[in-house]
Design a protein around this ligand. Structure first.
Ligand SMILES: *[C@@H]1O[C@H](CO)[C@@H](O)[C@H](O)[C@H]1NC(C)=O
Ligand SMILES: *[C@@H]1O[C@H](CO)[C@@H](O)[C@H](O)[C@H]1NC(C)=O
Length: 263
């Protein structure tokens, strides 16, 4: 990291340091027998969007797995990004033996392509059943950034929930709530904003009710997420530094349960 960047971070976050020093992640409603699978679309989703959740879960369970669908080959550097993903996940608490990469030919990194939910289901089910996953964590119907690969996973998971045979235990699934723009880019301020304003999180007609899980990062988890992000060397263009400063997803994740699609 260069000097000016460091200065920006220190100045920008001094109040956050004070506010959040004693605020850690809270974990409630989750039993010890849970086996979690984080389902992401591209390398770096794990640290850009899911840091607070991974940091809350990973110290408490060895049953936390990650499945990344594509190797992020849009610019042709997917192979470079694979080890970056492994390092980032390891820092966030998921070692290589619990992190999987699909790289299916019909599920490739492309912001013009929606992925077929049936293909997603077919390709991911062996990982879900094989690891006896009880809770799937993925994007919601807006995918935080409206990337079609992101929100395709939401529809893929809906499809999975509906298609798992009834004699097998159907996992629960949660979607990461896409916040409104003002919240999305208010950085650490989003945490008090959301609490103080008691934002009505079901304002969106398509959302499925109130958040059922919330994970909040303290300053140490924020720094670890930042360290994970730093593993994605091939991706650290200037606007990512802005994201780091202004994104609320570096601080808090709100989740809502996904229900099976009627097919
Ligand atoms: C992305 O998809 C479009 C069509 O939807 C295709 O024309 C383009 O070649 C794809 N890009 C890559 C890098 O695969
Ligand atoms: C939140 O919004 C939903 C849908 O717009 C509405 O049905 C619900 O009553 C609101 N809840 C509160 C607490 O305002």
């Amino acid at each position: 990291m260069s000097r000016p960047q460091l200065k920006l971070i220190v100045v920008g976050f001094l109040p956050a340091l004070l506010l959040l020093l004693f605020q850690g992640s809270r974990l409630s409603k989750l039993s010890e027998n849970e086996r979690f699978l984080l389902l992401t679309a591209h390398p770096d989703d794990e640290c850009f969007f899911f840091g607070p959740t991974l940091r809350a879960l990973s110290p408490q369970t060895d049953n936390l797995f990650s499945l990344t669908v594509s190797n992020g080959n849009f610019d042709g550097i997917g192979r470079t990004r694979e080890p970056e993903l492994r390092s980032s996940l390891a820092i966030l608490g998921i070692p290589p033996e619990r992190s999987f990469l699909l790289n299916h030919p019909q599920l490739q990194d492309n912001f013009t392509q929606t992925w077929d939910p049936e293909i997603i289901a077919e390709a991911t089910l062996p990982y879900i059943l094989g690891n006896r996953i009880t809770t799937i964590l993925t994007f919601d119907h807006l995918g935080v950034s409206s990337h079609p690969n992101h929100y395709s996973l939401y529809y893929g998971v809906k499809y999975i929930l509906a298609s798992i045979p009834p004699n097998i235990m159907v996992p629960r699934a949660y979607a990461l709530i896409t916040e409104p723009l003002i919240i999305k880019y208010s950085g650490w301020l989003s945490v008090p904003f959301k609490s103080l304003a008691r934002l009505n999180l079901s304002r969106d007609a398509n959302a499925e009710g109130l958040p059922t899980l919330r994970f909040t990062s303290g300053i140490s988890s924020y720094l670890i997420t930042f360290q994970a992000m730093n593993q994605h060397r091939s991706q650290m263009v200037w606007f990512r530094w802005l994201y780091l400063l202004f994104s609320s997803y570096m601080w808090q994740n709100d989740w809502v349960e996904i229900h099976p699609t009627e097919t």
